[in-house]
Design a protein around this ligand. Structure first.
Ligand SMILES: [Zn+2]
Ligand SMILES: [Zn+2]
Length: 638
């Protein structure tokens, strides 16, 4: 007799050998219809898996992440079958899921082109319509190797697989693939799909091996979800910060410095506003600011450990017959500032912030505008404190992080806590104390977080902060990392209450991570329509005709005196063309002025994304606009 414990805690009894699918049918027809896989005692398995004895079972649907992955991976099989039926000589290599979809690496001499996608999708639809079950077949490793003799890719996969049982899945009369599983019950259950792209990929990522074709696809439980996803991609393309950056004249890249951004005057306004905001918040939380050199000698990087662990990403130079490196991180500089004098526990926590310019080498293929560049400015800080101060200090950093994110209009966050990895330094005791301190701080701040066991840095546990933008894309921005390594390497000390010399705890902390990347994220999140406080040009005065040019200039002067960033369009264009131009430049506020406004000391305000205009007195406009800027409001209505 199987005693099956369900997620709601209830127990269901059934004859041994009942399959997960039969169980789902017993629970309800709706669930059975939505089911794609099951979790038996925590292990994700096919619905055809039999259940026996005391067991905990969850039925998994495509609505939850694991179910969606099973669906997408099964869709990769369907795509592989379609490709093999079109190109029988194609050899299958490996077909995992990725974010939002899946791919399959294929060895085929004839290139697969985007023009072929429709043909492949057509074949896939035939496989789906045939509604053939995915049937699992198990054998020993030796049997599997014998079966796959001559197929170097699949033989390699078997050699890499764990355990003694090797499984194959058959989904059709003559289509079978080596796979660990699980899969959806049949080919009709792979959801709504689309082939997205094809790219070259070396076998095992090894450039000495043959170049394979990696075909990417996406799959979603419903057609509606697929369409929404495709729409998000279209929207993301429209918001591409590289395109908007050029269009709005914010920044550029040049072959003279590949991966190094040139920030233009308008981009600098956004940059400086961000910097001013951060500085204000840091001041409130008791930070001091430093600036350290970007070139430091090689000896220092040996001492810091970067030479051993990070050399591949660093740039080097030499002069006066001595070797130097360009800093990839600001930490060693902060440590040298600390070491210039003696410290007492009374000064702690000591918070040293640095807007530090760092250089990290990225392969040219992975660079992506401001998102992934070779040079960027971190909003970095290093906090030195006693072990007892870790917890309150982390709470303060968490408060600071959220205050900053909310200032930019982000409200959707994901927090991760990563703990001790296998390879680590420091005693178990210090890891326990500091991991508990991070946990307690998160719990004190009533923050939901995801635990990543074993994913911390070798030198200490960490908390990572992700934000979600308006297209539901997740961006890792901030990080808080405890470090037990660097204070020892640099022989940093402080005098404790009992007059003994002790090693301080070091906390690395960044909120935005990189100014450049964050500006890219803001551009895409707001589609270039920045909140008023960040706009390079907050207001533009548009005289209706030459007759009111003088009044327009007066208005501009008064707004500038009120600390508003104000332009004025004195061109010969018609007023309609001036408005269209300002719209194209995504200006938030336009003030149209004609004889009527000049006579009454007023302006006619047009707000971005609003049809109605409003006539207000100049002083009232200035006060209201300044209020919105001070409060970082995103609503432009007066
Ligand atoms: Zn599979
Ligand atoms: Zn650091």
């Amino acid at each position: 007799m199987a005693k099956i414990k369900l997620p709601d805690g209830s127990i269901l009894e059934a004859a041994d050998g009942i399959t997960a699918r039969e169980l789902a049918e017993r629970i309800g027809p709706g669930l059975a219809k939505a089911a794609v896989a099951a979790r038996i005692n925590g292990r994700l398995v096919d619905l055809s898996t039999p259940i026996a004895g005391d067991t905990e079972v969850q039925i998994v649907t495509g609505r939850e992440p694991d179910g969606l992955e099973v669906m997408r991976h099964s869709c990769a099989h369907v795509m592989a079958e379609a490709i093999c039926s079109i190109w029988p000589e194609a050899k299958l290599v490996y077909g995992p899921t990725v974010e939002d979809g899946f791919y399959y690496d294929i060895d085929l001499d004839e290139p697969i082109r985007p023009a072929d996608f429709e043909r492949i999708e057509q074949k896939m639809s035939e496989v789906v319509a045939a509604d053939r079950p995915f049937v699992r077949r198990e054998m020993t490793r030796a049997q599997a190797l014998e079966k796959l003799a001559g197929d170097k890719y699949k033989t390699d996969n078997v050699n890499r697989a764990e355990g003694d049982v090797i499984s194959f899945y058959c989904s059709g009369d003559d289509f079978e693939d080596l796979c660990r599983g699980p899969h959806v019950p049949s080919t009709s259950r792979v959801g709504s799909f689309k082939i997205m792209s094809v790219a070259g990929a070396y076998w095992h990522g090894d450039a000495t091996q043959k170049m394979l074709q990696r075909v990417y696809g996406t799959a979603w439980p419903t057609k509606k979800q697929l369409d929404e996803y495709l729409n998000r991609l279209v929207e993301a393309k429209k918001r591409d910060h590289r395109v908007l950056g050029r269009q709005l004249d914010l920044f550029s890249f040049n072959d003279a410095g590949p991966g190094f951004a040139f920030i233009h005057p308008k981009g600098m306004v956004i940059w400086n506003e961000i910097e001013r905001f951060l500085r204000g918040v840091q001041n409130k939380y008791g930070y001091e600011e430093i600036k350290t050199p970007i070139i430091l000698n090689e000896k220092l990087w040996h001492l810091s450990g970067h030479w051993d662990n990070y050399k591949e990403n660093m740039y080097f130079t030499s002069f006066d017959d001595r070797a130097y490196a360009i800093k990839p991180m600001n930490c060693p500089g902060g440590c040298l500032v600390y070491k210039t004098r003696k410290h007492s526990y009374r000064e702690f926590p000591m918070r040293l912030a640095e807007f530090g310019l760092v250089h990290r080498h990225e392969a040219s293929g992975v660079m992506h505008g401001l998102f992934r560049a070779r040079q960027f400015t971190q909003d970095d800080a290093h906090i030195f404190c006693t072990p007892e101060q870790i917890e309150p200090e982390i709470i303060a950093v968490i408060d600071l992080v959220f205050e900053v994110y909310r200032g930019f209009g982000f409200e959707d966050f994901l927090i991760e806590l990563s703990t001790k990895p296998e390879k680590h330094i420091g005693s178990d005791e210090i890891w326990r104390v500091s991991t508990d301190a991070l946990k307690n701080a998160l719990e004190h701040s009533r923050i939901d977080y995801r635990l990543n066991p074993g994913d911390g840095a070798f030198y200490g546990p960490k908390i990572d902060f992700h934000i979600k933008d308006c297209l539901k894309r997740s961006w890792q921005l901030g990080t808080i990392q405890l470090d037990f390594s660097m204070p020892q390497r640099f022989e940093m000390v402080y005098t404790d209450k009992d007059n003994t010399q002790k090693t301080p705890v070091m906390i690395h902390r960044a909120v935005l991570g990189s100014f450049e990347r964050f500006i890219g994220i803001l551009i895409e999140h707001y589609a270039g329509e920045m909140p008023l406080w960040l706009c390079p040009e907050q207001v533009r005065v548009l005289p209706i005709s030459e007759k009111t040019n003088d009044y327009a200039l007066q208005v501009q002067a008064r707004l500038r005196a009120g600390q508003l960033r104000c332009g004025c369009d004195l061109s010969d264009e018609k007023i309609g063309a001036k408005i269209a131009k300002a719209h194209g430049q995504k200006l938030p506020l336009m003030l149209v002025v004609g004889p009527k406004e000049a006579a009454s000391d007023t302006v006619n305000v047009r707000m971005r994304a609003h049809k109605e205009t409003q006539t207000v007195g100049i002083e009232r406009f200035i006060t209201a606009a300044k209020g919105k800027i001070a409060d970082k409001e995103t609503d432009l209505t007066f």
